[in-house]
Structures are given as C-alpha cells and as structure tokens.
Design a protein around this ligand. Structure first.
Ligand SMILES: Nc1ncnc2c1ncn2[C@@H]1O[C@H](COP(=O)(O)OP(=O)(O)OP(=O)(O)O)[C@@H](O)[C@H]1O
Ligand SMILES: [Mg+2]
Length: 456
C-alpha cells in the first residue's frame, strides 16, 4: 500500500470521528426514545385513571348517561390527538365511534379508521358493578408528535456527525500536513545528496524524535557508503599504480631490446626478464581476483579437521630453503594439540604470506616463532619475528589492500611486495569466520589470524 500518509491519517481521523459520533448518537437516540415512550405511557395512564375513576362509580344506565358520558366527552380533545372507547356487551355502556377493535389488556396500537393514523393505546377491563356489565376501556394518544421529535433529533444528530466528519477531515488534513512537514524537509535534504559531496549528512539533530532514528540510520548508511566509495576510489588508483610499474618495466625492457640487433642470448635474457614482470602482473591480478571473491562474502568450503601444529610444520618444511638462505630458524610453540576446521589451501596461503613477511622483515640469523593458542572457539596462529618495530599508527591499516608501511622503500631493490599479502590473510580468516590481529613493540612483531577450533 503506497497511499500517502496524509491520506491515511485523514482516513483514520474520519473513521475515528464517525465511529465516535455514531456511538454517541446511538446512545442519545436510545435515551430519547425511551424517554418519549415513558412520556407516552404516562399520558395513557393519566387518561386511563381519569376514565376509570368515572366508570368505576357507574352502576346504573342513568348514572352512566348523566355523569359518565359528559365526562368522557370532556376528556376527548377535538383535535383528535387523543381518543377513548368503552367496549361492552351492553350497547348502553358503549362509547366511541367507530368502535375500537377489541385487543388484549395492556399497551398496543389501534387505527381508528381503516388506513388512518395509528394511535398508541392502553386497554383495561373494569369488572361489572350493579346493573353495569364488565366493560373494557381503551384510551389512545397520537404518537406522531413524539415521533416527530425523535425524527428531528435523529436528523440533527446525523447532521452533526456529518459536519463533525467534514471538519475533522479538513483539520486532519491540515494537521497531517503540518505534522509531516519535517518529513518533506528530510526528503528534500536527501534529494540534495550527490556522489560528489558524499560527506554531506542529514541534519538529524534538528528533526523530531520519530524521524531522528531514521535520519541517523540513513546517515549511518551514508557513512558506510562513503567509506566504501572512498576505499573503492583509492583501490582503483592503487590498482592502476601497481599495474603501471610492471607494465613500464615490460615496455622499457622490450624497447631497449628492440633498439638494435640482438644476439639470441640477449633476446633470451630480455624475454626472461619480461617473463618475470608478467609473472608479477599475473600474481597481482590473481590476488585481486581472490580478494574480489572474498568481498562477495564467499565462505571457505571443503573444510577438513586437522591438527594445526602439523599443518604449520608442513608449511615450515616447504619454506626450508628460504629460511636456510637467510639463516633464520623457526619454532612451533603453544597448544600443539589444537585442531581446527580449515580449507587447507586457503590456510596455507595465509600462513605462507605471514611467514614470507616474517622472513623478509627479520635480520639474518634471527629466530621466528609460530605460536598456536586456543581462545574460546577459535585457534589463533601467531607468527612472531624480530626486526624493526612497526610504528603503532600503521597497525590498524596493515591489513588494507596495497598498504605498505614504508611506501618509499618498496621499490628499493630486493623483494618488492604489492601490499596484498596481509589483505589476503584477512580475507582467508574472514572466510573461516575468524579474525586478524597485529602487534609490534621493542623490535618484536606479531601478526596473527584465527580459524574455528574443533574439539581435540
Ligand atoms: N612481520 C612484519 N614485520 C614488519 N613489518 C611487516 C611485517 N609484516 C608486514 N609488515 C608490513 O606490512 C606491510 C603489508 O604487508 P603485506 O604482506 O600485506 O604486503 P607486502 O609484504 O608488502 O606485499 P605482498 O605480501 O603482497 O607481496 C608490509 O609492506 C610491511 O611494511
Ligand atoms: Mg607480504
């Protein structure tokens, strides 16, 4: 349902008003109706008691003609708003023309003439007295004036309800418009947001309480969007920059090779060096593809339960030649019994990145350590090396893509990293539902990631 809030509110106001007024009208109408009925009964009763008073004392036809008949005539108004009849087996004691239909005692209705107005009636039987036989007295009053009062009152109530409805709908519309004005301002503010000024935010503090949460949630979404957008922009720039260096080397090397005639050996060397650059390019592209997949929220699949210490030992064996080259030694410490559920290929990739970094940044002859520790439902693998301390301001960004602590040194000969190694460690950890951590102080650097533990 996408009907406007104003319309909905007006609709609700209308329904609320109408039902309130309908209820009030029904109650008032009911009360008035009962009152008119009571009034009518009182009228009938008072007439009846007048008639009864006379009839009860009439025991002879003479008394009847002399006292009762004039009294009955006097009791009957000429405008026909009230009538009375006496019904009797003896025609001398009858009254009223045409005679009333004989009904049962009590309240009822009568039409004096066929098709005429119905009167409200009260019938009562008087026992015989002296010569007079039993008679039945019927008194009737015209209910139309009471009915008219009721009808007028009903009309007034209906008019009142309709006017109130109109008034409330108009006022409701006005109130809704005023009440919703902040929403309109909010949407105008939101419309003004553009990718160019992503740092702009909605003025949440100035909004009424109900909208503040919405605006704050929206601003939160904008914060995340801005961060992602800025990261993406930086990432694009980084990607271009990273690809440019090997490409420049490739082009430069090839141009030099083509500058003059070359021997087969020289061409072979040129191709060899090109191949190295191409391998570099491929590894950057592969790493980026891997990270892109991890970004999509891919979870590690094909998990197997392994002994973490054994897996670490295997990886160290694999790095043996590199460790020997640099004269470093590696020890595995901590909880050697710990077992984890891992994707072996991903785990090796992460651990090898950490070991590579550790070897690269430790002085020749140093000692590295891989510490295994269980913590809650995770197993942490910490790679510790000695070497230059990483300044603390760099630690939070260490796992960012293309982030290198000493950006200037990266091209200064030796092994050149792309700054993707730790980003991949983080991606592997999060694909396993784990985390990463980095600490550095007093020449000792520890970089760690975690994977889910399983019972040993
Ligand atoms: N053990 C460590 N000791 C000191 N500094 C480290 C260590 N590990 C990582 N760093 C710093 O963190 C940065 C990021 O590391 P990362 O592994 O992501 O990139 P890289 O090693 O430069 O390149 P890549 O691993 O992609 O070849 C490194 O450039 C380095 O400055
Ligand atoms: Mg690295």
């Amino acid at each position: 349902m996408n009907r406007s809030i104003t319309l909905r509110l007006v609709g609700f106001f209308g329904v609320a008003t109408l039902s309130t007024f309908a209820l009030i009208s029904m109650v008032l109408y009911g009360v008035l109706q009962r009152e008119t009925e009571r009034h009518e009964r009182d009228q009938l009763e008072s007439r009846m008691s007048n008639v009864e008073y006379s009839v009860a004392r009439a025991a002879t036809p003479e008394h009847w003609d002399r006292v009762v008949l004039p009294k009955l005539d006097a009791l009957q108004p000429s405008d026909g708003s009230a009538r009375l009849w006496i019904l009797s087996a003896d025609p001398r004691y009858r009254y009223g023309d045409p005679p009333a239909a004989a009904g049962s005692d009590g309240l009822g209705t009568q039409a004096p003439q066929p098709g005429g107005r119905r009167l409200a009636t009260l019938t009562r039987t008087m026992p015989a007295l002296g010569e007079r036989p039993e008679v039945r007295i019927v008194v009737g009053v015209d209910p139309s004036s009471n009915e008219q009062t009721l009808e007028t009152f009903g009309h007034a109530l209906a008019m009142l309800s309709v006017s109130a409805l109109l008034l409330i709908v108009l006022m409701g519309w006005w109130i809704a418009r005023i009440g919703l004005r902040p929403l309109k301002c909010l949407s105008q503010d939101a419309q003004a947001l553009r990718p160019r000024n992503l740092s702009q935010r909605l003025p949440a503090a100035q909004l009424p309480g109900e909208l503040r949460d919405l605006a704050e949630a929206f601003n939160g979404a904008l914060d995340r969007l801005e961060a992602a957008y800025t990261q993406l922009e930086a990432f694009n720039a980084d990607v271009a920059h990273e690809l440019r260096t090997p490409l420049t080397n490739l082009i430069g090397g090839t141009e030099v090779a083509l500058a003059r005639p070359r021997t087969a050996l020289e061409l072979h060397e040129a191709l060899q060096s090109n191949l190295e650059e191409l391998v570099q390019l491929r590894s950057i592209v592969n790493d980026m593809l891997f990270l892109a997949r991890a970004d999509q929220g891919d979870a590690a699949i094909g998990l197997v339960q392994v002994s973490v210490a054994q897996e670490v030992a295997r990886m160290i064996e694999f790095f043996d030649a590199i460790f020997e080259d640099k004269g470093v030694s590696v020890g595995v410490e901590g909880d050697l019994q710990a077992r984890a559920a891992i994707n072996i290929a991903l785990f090796r990739r992460a651990l090898s990145n950490l070991l590579q970094n550790a070897v690269q940044h430790s002085p020749p002859g140093a000692r590295l350590a891989v510490r295994i520790a269980r913590q809650d439902s995770s197993v942490w693998i910490r790679v510790v090396n000695t070497g230059a301390t990483i300044p603390s301001e760099h630690l939070p960004r260490l796992f960012d893509r293309f982030y290198r602590v000493d950006a200037a040194r990266r091209d200064a000969g030796g092994v050149r990293g792309h700054g993707l190694g730790l980003a991949i460690v983080k991606a592997v950890a999060s694909m396993h539902g784990g985390g990463v951590a980095a600490a550095s102080g007093d020449g000792v650097t520890t970089i760690a990631f975690s994977v889910p533990a399983v019972a040993a």
